[in-house]
Ligand binder design. Structure first.
Ligand code: C2E
Ligand code: CA
Ligand code: CA
Length: 444
């Protein structure tokens, strides 16, 4: 009996060891690629820092494929998986034997690169990775070319703990992504400060509406060529008692990222429509009110009900309202966008396409959408007068827009010669500091 018991215990022990090994493998391996996962990478970094791995100096490179989500949705997740496996295979050929590659997120990978590397050496190394990442991926008769962004952090230069290094390399990658595709960013101390400021802003922003720290300014738009008033663009302002004036470009993107823009946008719409009564009484002909609508606000399921509620609460006639949207609303879902735009039009609200020329859309693509106005971005207005007139495409944008029965607003006019050019070239309306800066309703 005792021999039998011993042998059972022995078999169980072997099984246990096997289970333990499997569990260990599960806990430290990514199932799709078989690469070390985040936990395994963290453990490896710690082994380096503690001296156990005998790697006193190393670089961490975190990278993430550009537009991978879109690629996945377009071709299917299964194809996305195949792409990743193939891509890793290519990378193995150039990353060097001593480097440790791990998968730390969906399409996010971390490379631990031992040894001293100067910034130039690292950039050269990353160029090699970029080339492999860009290798064509062939699927159903098409070649797809991928790019990626890279964040870089160095030990011991940047930080002394694995947790901090991971956080810093993520900050660097975040920066790289915000610059666009195919970018590389090395971590530096200032990035951390910027991030901390953003977090403070984010926390304070939530309370800013209730504390009445937000207010509106109105920038006039004029008819061309007689300079009679057409209306105003509504621009939000934030005056914080402890941080001073904060520019919309500093807080709107944050509000979009954390969703606060939905509440802020609702407040802006309500406040502007309420103030319209005062504006209207100042002019013989009631002015148009152009209100910026963020893509996040536009995507909110409550957007249309909020618009309807605001119209009925404030009693504003919708024929004086114009919503400024950007191309980003079309990228999300074209069908839904079109439906909402049609609903807004039915209510009597005009639609204006903001920042035209900075995105990807051609005017002919826009033909299928119920737009009324395009706003030519300031970056096209800036060179007027400094480059030869025939090199400027503003004229062709205006012509094309008119052929599509759209009116044109040129924004960011700062000089007389820009004004003259727009008069000569039949622009419909103009807006800019040359004719009037944004001011509060009291100043108006
Ligand atoms: P945008 O919609 O393109 O607004 C035009 C920006 O150009 C405004 O900056 C305006 O003050 C500025 N501007 C107008 N004329 C001139 C000029 O002649 N020269 C120069 N240098 N600038 C001029 P602002 O107010 O700082 O707003 C920046 C951006 O923030 C806006 O760009 C818009 O994307 C966003 N934003 C502002 N207010 C709102 C809002 O109420 N709601 C939403 N969703 N976004 C807003
Ligand atoms: Ca605008
Ligand atoms: Ca604009």
């Amino acid at each position: 009996v005792s021999i039998l018991v011993c042998s059972i215990i022995h078999t169980q022990l072997i099984q246990l060891k096997k289970d333990e090994r499997n569990l260990y493998k599960l806990a430290y391996t990514d199932t799709l690629t078989g690469l070390p996962n985040r936990n395994a990478e963290l453990r490896e970094i710690e082994r380096c820092i503690s001296g156990e791995a005998h790697i006193p100096i190393f670089t961490l490179i975190l990278f993430d494929y550009d537009n991978f989500k879109m690629f996945n949705e377009f071709l299917g997740h299964h194809i996305g998986d195949i792409f990743l496996i193939e891509s890793i295979h290519h990378l193995r050929g150039v990353m060097g034997k001593e480097a440790v590659l791990g998968r730390v997120g969906d399409d996010r990978f971390l490379l631990l690169l031992p040894g001293i590397k100067t910034e130039d050496e690292i950039l050269h190394y990353i160029d090699g990775l970029k080339r492999e990442i860009a290798a064509p991926f062939f699927y159903k008769g098409h070649d797809y070319h991928m790019t990626a962004c890279f964040g870089v952090v160095r030990y011991p230069k940047d930080s002394a703990t694995a947790g901090d290094l991971m956080r810093q390399v993520e900050i660097a990658l975040f920066r790289a992504k915000s610059h666009g595709k195919n970018c590389v960013v090395f971590f530096d101390e200032r990035m951390q400060q910027t991030l901390e400021r953003q977090m403070t802003l984010e926390n304070k922003l939530i309370a800013a509406i209730d504390k009445k720290e937000l207010y509106l300014e109105y920038q006039p738009q004029y008819h061309v060529p007689d300079r009679t008033l057409r209306g105003f663009e509504v621009l939000v302002r934030w005056e914080s008692p402890d941080m001073g004036h904060i520019a919309p470009l500093d807080f709107i993107p944050l509000a979009e990222a954390n969703g606060t823009i939905v509440t802020i946008g609702k407040w802006i719409l309500h406040e502007a429509c309420t103030q319209f009564a005062r504006l209207k009484s100042m002019y013989e002909k009631p002015p148009v009110l152009a209100i910026n609508i963020s893509v996040v606000q536009f995507s909110d399921p409550e957007f249309l009900p909020i618009v309807r509620q605001t119209l009925s609460d404030t009693g504003i006639d919708p024929c004086y309202l114009e919503f400024e949207i950007t191309e980003s609303v079309f990228i999300k879902s074209q069908e839904r966008t079109k439906r909402i735009l049609d609903e807004l039009k039915k209510l009597g609200i005009r639609i204006s396409l903001d920042d035209f020329g900075t995105g990807y859309s051609s005017l002919s693509y826009l033909r299928s959408l119920p737009l009324d106005i395009v706003k030519i971005d300031k970056s096209f207005i800036d060179p007027i007068g400094t480059i030869p007139e025939d090199k400027n495409i503003v004229r062709s944008i205006i012509d094309m827009a008119h052929k599509l029965d759209l009116r044109v607003v040129a924004e960011g006019i700062e000089r007389l010669e820009q004004f003259d050019y727009l008069v000569r070239n039949d622009c419909d309306f103009i807006q800019g500091n040359y004719l009037g800066k944004p001011v509060t309703i009291s100043a108006l």
